[in-house]
Design a protein around this ligand. Structure first.
Ligand code: CMP
Length: 139
């Protein structure tokens, strides 16, 4: 099944390195419409809850600590085939493996500091969007 919505975060590394504008431009230039947008900061508690699905993975502690280390930009995006098209736009999780021209290839330095998050399924896109945005914050 395809969906027309996905969820993304511009992570603390990309925010700190001044890439918010360039990444949003790449996203909208690819045809995604911004449905919801928020500049905020996760606490260790909220980052831990957001990434709870990874809680048994060895990188969970570092992930939670990194994701709560500075502000992030959260967004819900709309486009036909959103999940797959957005994952193609951002590239592989590890920027070392990310294809030329992808957001992670251009702006990320490591698998932890990998510039952006993108939902991996329709179900998770809905859960992750609901984590950050009320109905009144979507347009
Ligand atoms: P993200 O798409 O936000 O989902 C979970 C994050 O964990 C991932 O991006 C990476 O930044 C981070 N991570 C660190 N190590 C790994 C790993 N070995 N496999 C997958 N994700 C990892």
């Amino acid at each position: 099944m395809t969906t027309n919505r996905t969820f993304t975060m511009i992570k603390p590394d990309a925010v700190a390195n001044g890439h918010i504008g360039a990444i949003i431009n790449d996203i909208t230039a690819t045809g995604f419409k911004i449905i919801a947008l928020k500049y905020t900061k996760l606490t260790e508690e909220t980052a831990g809850k957001f990434y709870e699905v990874h809680k048994d993975r060895p990188f969970y502690g570092d992930l939670v600590s990194f994701m709560s280390s500075g502000p992030i930009v959260a967004a819900i995006l709309e486009k036909d085939n959103a999940i797959e098209d957005f994952r193609n736009l951002i590239g592989a999780t590890n920027p070392a493996d990310a294809a030329e021209g992808t957001i992670r290839q251009k702006y990320a330095k490591s698998i932890d500091a990998n510039a952006v998050h993108g939902s991996d399924s329709n179900e998770n896109a809905a859960i992750e969007g609901d984590f950050f945005f009320t109905a009144a914050e979507r347009f």
